[in-house]
Design a protein around this ligand. Structure first.
Ligand SMILES: NC(=O)c1ccc[n+]([C@@H]2O[C@H](COP(=O)([O-])OP(=O)(O)OC[C@H]3O[C@@H](n4cnc5c(N)ncnc54)[C@H](OP(=O)(O)O)[C@@H]3O)[C@@H](O)[C@H]2O)c1
Length: 178
């Protein structure tokens, strides 16, 4: 079975974007010049599964930053809504988290990058996440799009390590105990 992996940044109070989707606060104090391990993480995954909210932002990236398959989960979008230039690089699926992981497993994926707040919450609720790398940015947004939400049951995590950066970013890696 494919395992789900999270690599995401949040404000200290747990938001991944301002309410309007703005993420300009993610790189304070020269953080954009630091190596937070994104490239190494990206190399380790077979593809990306993102929510439609994250797609709405990512679809405006120019140039397209991913050279691995991207699955957008949505009950409203269809393949016909995608910009033609993306060809076969992006697929829109209307599937549950479990069905999605079964389908990507059938395509040979071992590790899936799960991205987007609501999507992460649903994959956590379905026990499909193996580990979580969370980079906390030293800002209190007070409101915004939350990373975490309600879960059907409590989950224990095992702390694997924490790194601090000159910019003030603090990155922790956790395994999720099955
Ligand atoms: N800080 C960071 O590192 C970081 C990383 C990623 C994203 N972001 C930001 O986060 C924001 C998007 O996050 P978000 O929480 O609003 O949305 P999201 O998780 O990206 O997308 C949620 C949407 O995906 C669709 N969906 C389909 N299957 C789903 C399922 N099983 N579980 C949940 N959603 C499912 C639904 O849309 P339909 O109505 O189409 O079905 C749902 O409304 C953007 O502003 C993005 O820039 C920040």
């Amino acid at each position: 079975m494919t395992t789900g992996h999270i690599f995401i940044a949040s404000s200290l109070d747990g938001y991944i974007a301002r309410q309007d989707g703005d993420v300009s606060w993610l790189t304070p104090n020269g953080a954009e010049k630091e190596d937070h391990g994104y490239s190494a993480f990206y190399e380790s995954i077979d593809g990306i599964i993102m929510g439609r909210g994250t797609w709405d932002v990512a679809s405006r990236f120019d140039p397209w930053p991913f050279d691995k398959p991207v699955i957008v989960l949505s009950s409203h979008l269809s393949q016909a809504d995608l910009p033609p230039g993306l060809g076969g690089a992006v697929q829109v699926w209307n599937c549950s988290p479990h069905e999605t992981m079964q389908r990507v497993a059938a395509e040979g994926w071992n590790r899936a990058y799960i991205d987007g707040g609501k999507l992460i919450q649903s994959f956590l609720a379905a026990s499909l996440i193996a580990d979580l790398t969370l980079t906390r940015v030293p800002v209190l947004l007070g409101q915004g799009i939350p990373l975490f939400g309600r879960l059907p049951k409590e989950r224990a995590l095992m702390h694997q390590g924490t790194r601090t950066f000159a910019s003030g970013l603090v990155q922790s890696h956790y395994q999720i105990i099955p």
